[in-house]
Design a protein around this ligand. Structure first.
Ligand SMILES: *Cc1c(COP(=O)(O)O)cnc(C)c1O
Length: 493
C-alpha cells in the first residue's frame, strides 16, 4: 500500500505514507490518498478490544512505513493524560439516538482526536528519514484546528506551528484559546473568511513545492485535513463507537449503523466513508451542513457550486464552501481517475462549479444523505434536546441533530450523532438558544452557562482565565506568505 495523488494517479507523484504525512499536499496540488483500502478481516475480534487498542490496530494497517512501536507511541502517548474521560470518546444515549462525544481532549473539539497523534507521526517520519531540519507546520483554521494543532505539536522537537484564522470568523473562546498559546509558535488573524485563509495557505504550499518560495532551511508541513495523517485517528473512532454499541447490546454482529456528521471540510465524514470501505457495517453517512450548504446541494444534485455568498453562522467551524476533502471522494468514486478529478478541480477554479456524472452521483446517494440547517433551527434543537433529554448540544452538534430528526424517520438502523465540540466553546450562542441573554464577557458567559445547566466549566477553559494574550497580529490575505517567511526566519535564527 502506498499513496498517490488525486491529480496524478498511479505511477506519478507516488509517496510512502511517511512521505505523504511530511509533505501534506502532493507536488501537483492534489491530495494524497491510499491506492487501496485494507479490509479488517477479524472485525469481531477487533471490536472486542478497548478504544486505544482498536485505534492502534486501525492505524497499523493504514500507516505502512511506520513500525508497531512508532504507532503504539503516537497513539498511546498522544492521548495519554490529555483527555478528561478514560474511554476518550464515550458514546452516550440521548433520547432515541446516540451521541459520540469527540470533545474531551485539550481543545474541547474533535480535531484533538487527530492532532494528538499526527505530530508524533511527523516526528517519527522525520527521524526515519534522518531529517533534522526545522519543520514549520502551517495551519488555516475555521476555529478548532488551530488550538488543536498548537496543543498537539507542543513539545515535539523541531516543529513550530503558524496558525492563520479568519478575523472575526471564530468564536471568542476559540480566539482566546489561540491567542494565549505559549511556546515558540505564531498565531495571526487574517482579514478574510476561512476560504480565503485556506486558499492563502494552499498558495504558500504550491509556491513552496514548485520552488518559487523558500523558507531557508525550514521545511513546510500541514496539519490541515489535507494531510492524510489526519484521517487515520478519525477513521478509528467510527470503529470504536460501533464497538461500544456492540458491547452495550444495541448492535449485533453485522448490524448496520448510521452516522450523522456535522460537516465543513468533509474530513470527518470522509473518515466514516473509509471505515465503511474497510469493512465496518455502516449504513449511511448523513452530511449535516449549516447555511453554507454547498455539500447538501452536491449530495442531492451532483453539482458542486461555489458561486454563493459565504455566510457567518453560529457554527463557525463549518463555515466553509470549499470542502477540500471532497476531492478524495471524487477520486475514489471515479475509480481512481486522476484525469477526471483534476478536471473537476480545474472547472471549479475556472467556472466556480462542476457536475459529476450520473454513475458517480448514484454512489454518492447510496452512501450519503444530506440535510442543511439554519441557526434558528439549530438553536431550537439545542433548547429542545436540553429540555427533553437533559443533554446539552453545541451549535455544530445541533446542526447534526436537525439532520438526525429528518433522517431517523427514513432509517431503521440505530443512529450515532457525532458531537464535535463542547457546548462551552460556544457558550454565548448556547445561552441564546436556551432563551437567556448572554452577559458581556467570555468568562461571564461560561459561568452563566455552568450555573444554568449545573455542568461544570471544562478545565481547559478555567485555565484560560489567568493566561495573557501573546499573539496580537492581524494581517491582510496578501501578507500571509511574507508573514510565514518572517516566522520561518525566526525559527531558523
Ligand atoms: C472542524 C469541525 C467540524 C467540521 O469537520 P470537517 O472534518 O471539516 O467536516 C464540525 N464541528 C466542529 C466543532 C469542528 O471543529
Amino acid at each position: 500500500m502506498k499513496c498517490e495523488s488525486t491529480r496524478s494517479g498511479a505511477g506519478i507523484n507516488e509517496a510512502t505514507v511517511p512521505e505523504a504525512i511530511l509533505k501534506g499536499l502532493a507536488p501537483d496540488g492534489g491530495l494524497y490518498v491510499w491506492d487501496k483500502f485494507p479490509v479488517m478481516h477479524d472485525l469481531a475480534g477487533l471490536l472486542e478490544k478497548d478504544n486505544i487498542s482498536i485505534t492502534v490496530n486501525i492505524a497499523a494497517v493504514l500507516l505502512p512505513g511506520f513500525s508497531k512501536e512508532e504507532i503504539g507511541f503516537a497513539v498511546g502517548n498522544g492521548y495519554s493524560g490529555r483527555f478528561s474521560v478514560p474511554e476518550l470518546t464515550p458514546v452516550v444515549k440521548v433520547g432515541p439516538a446516540w451521541a459520540l462525544e469527540l470533545f474531551h481532549g485539550p481543545s474541547l473539539a474533535f480535531k484533538d482526536m487527530a492532532l494528538c497523534v499526527l505530530p508524533r507521526l511527523v516526528h517519527a517520519a522525520k527521524k526515519q528519514m534522518g531529517d533534522d531540519s526545522d519543520t514549520l507546520v502551517l495551519v488555516a483554521t475555521s476555529g478548532d484546528t488551530g488550538k488543536a494543532a498548537l496543543e498537539g505539536f507542543c513539545g515535539i522537537p523541531g516543529c513550530a506551528v503558524l496558525v492563520f484564522f479568519p478575523y472575526n470568523g471564530v468564536s471568542p473562546l476559540q480566539e482566546l484559546q489561540m491567542r494565549t498559546q505559549p511556546g515558540a509558535n505564531a498565531v495571526c488573524a487574517v482579514r478574510g473568511n476561512f476560504d480565503d485563509t485556506q486558499r492563502g495557505v494552499k498558495q504558500i504550499f504550491n509556491a513552496y513545492s514548485s520552488g518559487e518560495l523558500s523558507f531557508g532551511g525550514v521545511k513546510l508541513s500541514s496539519a490541515n485535513s489535507i494531510n492524510i495523517g489526519r484521517l487515520v485517528p478519525q477513521i478509528a473512532y467510527y470503529f470504536t463507537s460501533y464497538a461500544s454499541l456492540i458491547k452495550n447490546g444495541t448492535l449485533k454482529r453485522g448490524d448496520k449503523l448510521d452516522f450523522i456528521i456535522p460537516t465543513g471540510n468533509f474530513g470527518n465524514i470522509l473518515s466514516g466513508w473509509i471505515a465503511k470501505q474497510m469493512g465496518l457495517p455502516v449504513g449511511r453517512l448523513v452530511c449535516a451542513s449549516n447555511e453554507n450548504d454547498v455539500l447538501t446541494e452536491f449530495i442531492n444534485t451532483g453539482k458542486y457550486d461555489h458561486r454563493r455568498d459565504f455566510k457567518t453562522t453560529a457554527s463557525p467551524s463549518m463555515d466553509i464552501i470549499m470542502s477540500s476533502n471532497l476531492e478524495r471522494l471524487l477520486y475514489w468514486l471515479s475509480g481512481r481517475d486522476s484525469g477526471a478529478t483534476a478536471g473537476f478541480m480545474e472547472a471549479l477554479a475556472r467556472n466556480g462549479y462542476y457536475n459529476i456524472p450520473d454513475y458517480m452521483l448514484e454512489s454518492v446517494k447510496s452512501d450519503f444523505y444530506a440535510v442543511k440547517c439554519d441557526d434558528a433551527s439549530a438553536f431550537k434543537h439545542i433548547r429542545r434536546v436540553w429540555e427533553k433529554y437533559g443533554y446539552l448540544l453545541d451549535p455544530h452538534t445541533a446542526v447534526a441533530w436537525n439532520a438526525y430528526e429528518e433522517y431517523a424517520a427514513k432509517s431503521e438502523n440505530p443512529c450515532v450523532v457525532l458531537a464535535t465540540a463542547s457546548p462551552f466553546k460556544f457558550a454565548g450562542s448556547v445561552l441564546k438558544a436556551l432563551g437567556i441573554t448572554p452577559p458581556d464577557g467570555t468568562f461571564n458567559c461560561l459561568d452563566m452557562l455552568s450555573r444554568v445547566t449545573r455542568i461544570p466549566v471544562p478545565h481547559p477553559f478555567d485555565e484560560l482565565r489567568s493566561m495573557r494574550i501573546r499573539h496580537e497580529d492581524t494581517i491582510s490575505i496578501g501578507e500571509m506568505s511574507s508573514y510565514a517567511q518572517r516566522f520561518a526566519g525566526e525559527i531558523n535564527g
